[in-house]
Write a protein that binds this ligand. Structure first.
Ligand code: FES
Length: 62
């Protein structure tokens, strides 16, 4: 997946999400806790969940 911005509130990019997944995060909720994904305006939640599923497949965890 080409690196792109997912969460504007916290400047979280797809590469940041990928790194978290590689370090053991499994779910959107894990990322909420670790890097605060989606906790401000919540506009990125649906996109974040799609990105997480896609990246999990990409790194062989889907
Ligand atoms: S864009 Fe992610 S919390 Fe606002």
């Amino acid at each position: 997946m080409k690196n792109r911005l997912v969460c504007e509130c916290f400047n979280i990019w797809t590469d940041d999400i990928k790194r978290e997944l590689e370090n053991g995060a499994e779910t959107f909720e894990d990322l909420e806790k670790s890097i605060r994904l989606g906790v401000m305006c919540s506009a990125c939640i649906a996109d974040s969940k799609r990105v997480i599923e896609e990246l999990k497949k990409e790194i062989g965890r889907g």
